[in-house]
Ligand binder design. Structure first.
Ligand SMILES: Cc1ncc(COP(=O)(O)O)c(C=O)c1O
Length: 376
């Protein structure tokens, strides 16, 4: 099937690009001894897990259904974490998780007895230091509810624990700054870490970014693991699927109000939500910086400020033309929603062989069912 025959909007995951990232992940594992579990909150499109499985050690999750999905479709180690478990959640995940990580000492105290003898027990700690560009995504922000701060630790809880998890990075592209965080963690929590079997350092380490100092990161991870006598984990999401996937859309109209806006058959609010939440404009494959034809790439939703980006093209855009919105895998497919009843993008994978495989498609029935199955 050629791409031009596919109906937009759709996501196209490129296997060859995915494998490039996974090879970097493999190198990091070999150099450092770290284990890597895929953060399903970022990317859960299980139709491509057969490509990822040989490279990573398992999955980590942020809610009970992700635990189940990781266990069922990925296998390997299944880490279960949630900011707030109900008792029912704990009962459900304890049987299928290898590690169950609580967010607070109170949740640990309530539910520990349901986990003992089933999964390895962990607690999230908050180091109070972080590298995150935006406050919204900063786990160490003021009044953070994510993990236990050093000052609030009851030292006795470590007697019951096998491991701890930290997560304090968001798209951190600097190995040096990560090493500084490790030093701070060692200094604040070292006495406790020495008693643990495993430590997860969370996600947000952008080790597949071009020019990332992978060897420096690997050496620091190895030294940290040896110093504290622990098996280290990272929980990469974005680093694994960055730059692998386009969201392909069609220009359906062009309007002008001081600026020209090309309206496409997709919306950030429904299909690429983080564009809006983090105010991070998308990049378009067909655009050329500084070229003469300036457009806002606007969405077909009703939200006034819903736009993908403003950019330039060497030729005027035409209705019916396709645009490729780059780097659209992370935190997109997991956040798809039916706002405005806009057609949801299909999901495809372009295999390294060139073959295009359909992973999902959605229709009116899916929209309708998501709203009610039964009427009064
Ligand atoms: C606990 C935890 N682990 C891992 C991740 C994955 O982060 P990223 O996709 O930036 O690597 C996140 C992201 O929010 C997280 O909260």
């Amino acid at each position: 099937m050629s791409h031009s025959q596919l109906q937009t909007p759709y996501f196209m995951i490129d296997e060859a690009k995915l494998i490039q990232n996974l090879e970097t992940a493999k190198k990091l594992k070999e150099l450092s001894g770290v284990k890597l579990v895929l953060a399903l909150k970022c990317f859960s499109t299980w139709g491509v897990f057969d490509i990822i499985k040989p490279y990573l050690d398992g999955t980590t999750s942020s809610g009970p259904y992700e635990v189940k999905l990781g266990h069922e479709t990925f296998g390997g180690e299944t880490h279960a974490y949630s900011v707030g478990y109900t008792e029912q959640d704990v009962l459900e995940v304890a049987d299928i998780a290898d590690k169950l990580i609580f967010n607070s000492q109170s949740q640990l105290a309530y539910y520990r007895h349901l986990v003992e003898g089933k999964a390895s027990l962990g607690l999230r700690l908050n180091p109070g230091v972080s590298v995150a560009g935006q406050d919204l995504a900063n786990p160490a922000r003021k009044y953070s509810r994510l993990g236990v701060q050093a000052a609030h630790i009851d030292a006795q809880v470590f007697d019951a624990l096998d491991g701890v998890m930290f997560h304090m990075n968001c798209e951190n592209k600097s190995a040096d700054s990560f090493v500084a965080l490790l030093d701070s963690i060692s200094e604040q929590f070292g006495q406790y870490l020495d008693k643990m079997q495993w430590v997860s350092l969370g996600g947000g380490v952008f080790f597949t970014w071009p020019g990332y100092e992978l060897e420096k990161l690997a050496a620091a991870l190895k030294a940290f693991a040896e110093k504290h006598g622990v098996q280290l984990y990272l929980e990469p999401g974005e680093a694994i699927i960055t730059k692998t996937t386009d969201l392909v859309v069609t220009v359906v109209d062009i309007v002008e109000n001081e600026k020209k806006t090309a309206i496409v058959d997709s919306a950030t609010e429904a299909h690429r939500l983080d564009t809006l939440i983090y105010d991070e404009p998308a990049s378009i494959l067909e655009a050329t910086d500084g070229a003469p034809h300036h457009y806002v790439i606007g969405s077909c939703s009703c939200l006034a400020g819903d736009q993908f980006c403003e950019t330039q093209f060497s030729e005027p855009l035409k209705i019916g033309q396709r645009l490729h919105i780059l780097d659209s895998a992370g935190y997109t497919m997991v956040k798809l929603n039916w706002f405005n009843g806009i057609k949801m993008p299909s999901i495809y994978c372009q295999r390294s062989s060139g073959e295009v495989v359909k992973l999902n498609e959605f229709g009116y029935a899916d929209f309708k069912r998501s709203l009610s199955q039964w009427s009064v």
